[in-house]
Design a protein around this ligand. Structure first.
Ligand SMILES: [Ca+2]
Ligand SMILES: [Ca+2]
Ligand SMILES: [Ca+2]
Length: 228
């Protein structure tokens, strides 16, 4: 005799997540039951709305930059804690004595700005910014709401790295750091065009002042302009 147990052996068949709008996608989930002979039967289909994954480039609003992430966990894009109301990068989930970083590089000179925020154990678990391998002053810990940072970057390649790092014990708050709106504005180093000098060929005017005397007048118009 076939006995059907709707709970034992219930398994799921999950479809692709079909794009629903910019942030969400729809996924179909079909549930099966299995009888005592091993036959499966679909018992329920449901629809779930899921958030589409956010890339780091999307989250940090700078598609022109290439982002890498590593350490004991990966930074990721999310839409829950943001400065711009849309998306931001969040540090990966790490344990005591671990760290997680994300990195990109830009060609200077230029101005770098970004926003960051942290919720961590104050004075022990930090969100830090490294420029070309050097820790920059003003790392944050504890509960610091969104604040903007600005750096003047030297010429050449600049490696930008954000690290969330924990000491050997205690986690408080959300135990995470966030970064949003990374903007790099290169300094315009193109030399200005040299001034253009234009004018008429000098003319002479010879006037007799009297017997044997001549005054020579030379005239020209000169315009100096700078083409932008
Ligand atoms: Ca974005
Ligand atoms: Ca963003
Ligand atoms: Ca700690």
């Amino acid at each position: 005799m076939i006995q059907r147990d709707l709970h034992a052996g219930l398994n799921r068949d999950i479809s692709d997540c079909y794009l629903f709008d910019r942030a969400d996608c729809i996924q179909y989930v079909r549930y099966y039951s299995k009888d005592n002979l091993g036959n499966e039967e679909a018992v329920k289909t449901s629809v779930q709305i899921r958030q589409k994954a956010v890339t780091l480039a999307e989250a940090l609003d700078n598609a022109g930059l290439t982002w890498t992430t590593g350490g004991n966990a990966a930074w990721f894009g999310q839409r829950t804690v943001t400065y711009d109301g849309v998306d931001a990068a969040q540090s990966g989930d790490v344990s005591d004595s671990q760290s997680t970083w994300m990195e990109t590089s830009v060609t200077g000179p230029g101005t770098l700005t970004y926003y960051w925020k942290i919720s961590s154990e104050s004075d022990y678990d930090y969100l830090s910014f490294y420029l070309n391998g050097a820790l920059q002053s003003g790392r944050i810990s504890g509960n610091v709401d969104w604040q903007q940072k600005t750096y003047e970057l030297p010429s050449g390649n600049n490696v930008l790295r954000w690290i969330y790092s924990k000491d050997s014990s205690v986690s408080t708050g959300s135990d995470a750091g966030w970064v949003d709106q990374v903007v790099f504005t290169p300094t315009d180093t193109t030399p200005p065009n040299p001034p253009v000098v234009s004018g008429t060929t000098p003319t002479t005017d010879t006037t007799r002042l009297g017997p044997g005397r001549v005054a020579v007048v030379m005239e020209t118009d000169i315009q100096i302009s700078t083409e932008q």
